[in-house]
Design a protein around this ligand. Structure first.
Ligand code: PGA
Length: 224
């Protein structure tokens, strides 16, 4: 089986001591080369977790960025700020962010960061949200299909539905000769992860709630 990407999005679920404890537990994990693990703690603890993971194969990534360079943007997160911390990738366009911002600004941010090579996981709820024309193969980009009704609800999309969406996204990507992994996110847990991760069209999973519990994350990364 080809390598699968597993991303833990810890959102704002954990306080400082819980975050550090979980990071240290993950550092002690042994998992197969088939899994490429990324974790995304909340911004407050990003630097601490990145220090803990230094030298390990676990990549620490941001949960959102609002611009590339510093701007007058209260509460914003810049890509150069993340790069200063040694973090070179972020989730972008998560539905919880889109909802808070009322409109999607992910395309504006992508236009700024793509030429810089800053890497990202672009979340989309429908194929129209993917700006195919600005994607390329020059730095690693990742897409994540996240149906909003499946996020944090315990209602996972069916395997047929996941495959149908992934097939159409991959077909668009291949028309443009783009080699970009497509992940699935939405109530992934230890019970459904094996089936989801074993799908040929699924290049990995983006996990919220279950990734904040060590036992669940352990089971997910060992499910294939
Ligand atoms: P969930 O969240 O796994 O808790 O549904 C997924 C996500 O928000 O990426």
């Amino acid at each position: 089986m080809k390598q699968k990407i597993v991303i833990g999005n810890w959102k704002n679920y954990l306080n400082e001591s819980e975050t550090i404890k979980l990071a240290k537990e993950i550092l002690d994990e042994k998992f197969s080369d088939n899994i490429r693990l990324m974790i995304s703690p909340c911004n407050l603890y990003l630097n601490q977790v990145n220090q803990i993971m230094k030298g390990s194969s676990v990549e620490v990534i941001g949960q959102n960025i609002t611009s590339y360079e510093s701007t007058s943007d209260t509460g914003g997160v810049t890509a150069i700020g993340l790069k200063d911390l040694g973090i070179n990738r972020s989730i972008i366009g998560h539905s919880e962010v889109r909802k808070r911002n009322k409109r999607s600004k992910s395309e504006d941010v992508l236009i700024e960061i793509i030429p810089t090579g800053f890497q990202f996981i672009l979340c989309f709820e429908n194929i129209e949200q993917i700006p195919f024309d600005i994607l390329n193969n020059s730095s690693e980009m990742i897409l994540a299909y996240e149906p909003v009704w499946a996020i944090g609800t315990g209602e996972t999309a069916s395997i047929e539905h996941i495959n149908e969406i992934h097939r159409s996204v991959k077909s668009e990507l291949s028309k443009l000769s783009l080699d970009i992994p497509v992940l699935y996110g939405g109530s992934v847990n230890p019970t459904n992860s094996k089936e989801i991760l074993s799908q040929e069209l699924v290049d990995g999973v983006l996990i919220g709630g279950a990734s904040t519990k060590h036992e669940d994350l352990h089971k997910i990364i060992n499910s294939i």
